[in-house]
Design a protein around this ligand. Structure first.
Ligand code: TYC
Length: 99
C-alpha cells in the first residue's frame, strides 16, 4: 500500500465569509452636512450616494450604508460614532449580520 493510500480522506469545509450591514440611524441633532461628510470620509460614498443615504435615514429613521466583513463593519461604525462624539453629536450606527 502506498503512502497516499493511507491518508484519511477528509473533506475541507470552506465557510462562506459572513457579511454585516452597517446601518445609519437618524437623530434630531446631528447636522446633515456632518452626516454626509462622515459617509464620504469613513465609508467612501460619493457625494450623491452620501446625500441619498443621509436623506433616507432622515426620512425613514434608518438606512443601510454598506456591507462588509465583520471587522471592517465594526471598525468603520466605531470610527464614525467617535468622530461624531468628538463634536458632541449623538450620531449612531448599528452593525447587523446579513441573513
Ligand atoms: N435628522 C438630522 C437633522 O435634521 C440629520 C440626520 C440625518 C441625522 C441622518 C442623522 O442619520 C442621520 N439635523
Amino acid at each position: 500500500m502506498s503512502q497516499t493510500d493511507l491518508k484519511p480522506r477528509l473533506r475541507t469545509r470552506v465557510e462562506k465569509p459572513k457579511l454585516y450591514r452597517v446601518i445609519l440611524l437618524n437623530d434630531d441633532f446631528t447636522p446633515r452636512d456632518f452626516v454626509v461628510m462622515v459617509l464620504k470620509g469613513e465609508f467612501r460614498l460619493d457625494n450623491a450616494g452620501a446625500e441619498k443615504v443621509m436623506m433616507t435615514a432622515h426620512q425613514k429613521g434608518a438606512c443601510v450604508v454598506s456591507i462588509y466583513p465583520r471587522d471592517t463593519a465594526e471598525t468603520k461604525a466605531t470610527r464614525a460614532i467617535d468622530a461624531a462624539q468628538r463634536l458632541g453629536y449623538p450620531l449612531q450606527f448599528t452593525v447587523e449580520p446579513e441573513e
